[in-house]
Design a protein around this ligand. Structure first.
Ligand code: GLU
Length: 546
């Protein structure tokens, strides 16, 4: 620590409430063996990849008697969006992911002794460490403006050198105290840069808990630590926070692998112990035969709200993501179909090392299974909760006609013939709309035409006879026999035996389709026999007679 570095540190940071030593006391070592966190940047929505990281990190902490916390990484001033952190916390909670610390209290206040948990509230903490680095000659103020930076880039392009501020391309790296004082007096704006000891020819081997040793070029850039606004970059903020909050496993997206050498250098410069790093592959999708990361701009399903709105059961989403994290999960699930996913002994061993495909078809089949595990009461209750938020009209009808709703939902559930009508809660509307008078009326305008072979006359005659013989207590086979016989009788009455040789007149299927369309204004309905039973005679008469 030279006198001039110390003087520079005091000039830049004249008074701070902390020192590195006082911070060590404020954030003492924890007694738990594992500490993990999720640290999303508030972008206005919760990315499905964040939920994936949170599910994984939470499990790894809690299966090992550890702590899992939420950190709001709101250091990107341009991207700041109101309530963004709250949206993320609430979304993560909705998955039943238990957070021990973070902005999770009433009104999203901080809970936990290692806060504040929003990076924007930790300014003086970051400054403390940058001051320390300046005092030790490991950070310096850089007053380069846009034009000067552009000139450096041009010079580097001509000389075919890597772009960036480093070594001889960084004039302020070697500036004297007097030069800095002068620039400050002139009111020039500055950032604080790391003074790295790395050089372009050095290679390092870094440890990743799932990838093993990764050999790569060392960092040689004098990366920005504090921006002109005094706001830290991710690099500094995460190194400081994960140290003070005593994170043992940094689980984050693999897009951070290239800056891992910088993070190691910073950790060493600050005298911290390096946590374990787990670089997670992103969730991907295929497009035009190519695999790419789910993009928050292009893919609606990148936003968790998409799944909430569609009405996916969160258990299904969690199961689906567990299947991605660990290929052994599916076999476990088959043996334990109703067990809470939290009882699965998840480890890091099987985490995929390259982009895991987010496959909606697979998710749908899991979702479909999860729905069949619900009792009809649960389906009705959870469906109503969903509808209250996403389909208020449906919610109102479900509340107004609870018995009808129950009976309509219950058609053929949990029978061998279970038609698996529900994949998500948004399927409820399609399955219930025939049963409420209000939605049936609306459907009528889009009802398909009756089969061509069914003339108005036939319709009228058949319907009257059908209503005479219909008996709601008939089980399905008997019901169908009766329908078939009646269709046959009508055919005979019209054409005698001629129909046998005279070609196609109608089949029982056409008659059933006619009944279906008249009763439900749709060609696709739940099982017709039970649909009739739920509608009841009065409604049937009204709808069949038109
Ligand atoms: N805020 C960073 C991001 O959203 C977090 C990375 C980390 O978990 O360290 O990518």
């Amino acid at each position: 620590m030279t006198d001039s570095n110390l003087a520079l540190a005091n000039l830049l940071f004249p008074s701070l409430p902390y020192t590195p030593d006082s911070l060590e006391l404020l954030y003492p070592a924890r007694t738990v063996p594992v500490v993990t966190r999720v640290g999303p940047s508030p972008t206005g929505f919760l990315h499905i990849g964040t939920v994936y990281t949170a599910l994984l990190s939470e499990r790894i902490a809690h299966l090992n008697d550890g702590v899992f916390y939420f950190r709001n990484e709101d250091t990107d001033d341009k991207r700041e969006i109101e309530n963004a952190a709250e949206i993320m916390v609430d979304g993560i909670k909705r998955f039943g992911i238990r957070m021990d610390e973070g902005g999770i209290g009433p009104d999203h206040s901080d809970i936990g002794a290692y806060g504040p948990y929003s990076q924007s509230k930790r300014g003086p903490i970051y400054a403390t460490y940058v001051k320390e680095l300046v005092a030790r000659g490991m950070a310096y103020p850089c007053f380069l403006g846009e034009t000067e930076m552009a000139a450096i880039r041009e010079e580097q392009t001509i000389a075919k050198q890597p772009m960036g501020i480093y070594g001889s391309y960084s004039p302020w790296r070697v500036a004297t105290l007097e030069e800095v004082q002068k620039a400050i007096r002139e009111g020039k704006k500055y950032v604080l840069r790391f003074r790295t000891h790395g050089n372009p020819n050095k290679r390092v081997t870094l440890r990743d808990e799932i990838r093993g040793d990764i050999e790569m070029q060392d960092n040689f850039m004098d990366t920005v630590l504090l921006k002109q606004t005094g706001i830290p970059t991710y690099h500094l903020a995460h190194v400081v926070d994960d140290h003070l909050m005593r994170t043992t496993h940094v689980m984050r997206g693999d897009e951070w692998i290239p800056s891992y050498p910088l993070h190691v250098q910073l950790t060493e410069a600050l005298g911290f112990t390096l946590p374990k790093y787990v670089h997670i592959s992103p969730l991907c999708k295929t497009e035009g035969g190519n695999k790419r990361k789910l993009s928050k701009r292009k893919d609606p399903e990148a936003n968790v709200e998409f799944f909430f709105r569609q009405g996916y059961m969160i258990e299904a989403l969690a199961d689906y993501m567990f299947g991605i994290m660990d290929s052994r999960f599916e076999a476990w699930r088959n043996l334990n179909p109703t067990a809470d996913y939290r009882t699965y002994p998840l480890t890091l061993e099987k985490l995929p090392l390259s982009g895991a495909l987010f496959d909606i078809e697979k998710l749908d089949s899991i979702a479909n299974n999860s729905m069949t595990l619900l009792s009809t009461e649960e389906l009705q209750k959870r469906g109503l909760d969903w509808a209250r938020e996403y389909d208020p009209e449906l919610a109102r009808l479900m509340e107004q006609y609870p018995d009808l709703t129950y009976r309509a939902l219950d058609i053929e559930r949990h029978t061998e013939k279970d038609p698996r009508r529900f994949t998500t809660f948004s399927d409820l509307r399609g399955q219930l709309q025939f049963f409420y008078e209000e939605t049936f009326e609306a459907l009528k305008s889009t009802a398909p035409a009756l089969p061509e072979c069914i003339t108005h006359e036939i319709q009228k005659a058949f319907v009257e006879d059908y209503l005479k013989t219909y008996n709601p207590t008939m089980e399905r086979d008997e019901w169908f026999e009766q329908l078939k016989n009646l269709a046959h009788d009508h055919k005979f009455a019209r054409t005698g035996d001629e129909w046998k040789t005279g070609g196609y007149i109608w089949r029982v299927g056409d008659i059933a389709m006619m009944l279906r369309i008249l009763l439900c204004a749709s060609a696709k309905t739940p099982d017709l026999c039970y649909t009739m039973r739920v509608l009841g005679r009065e409604t049937m008469e009204k709808r069949l007679r038109g």
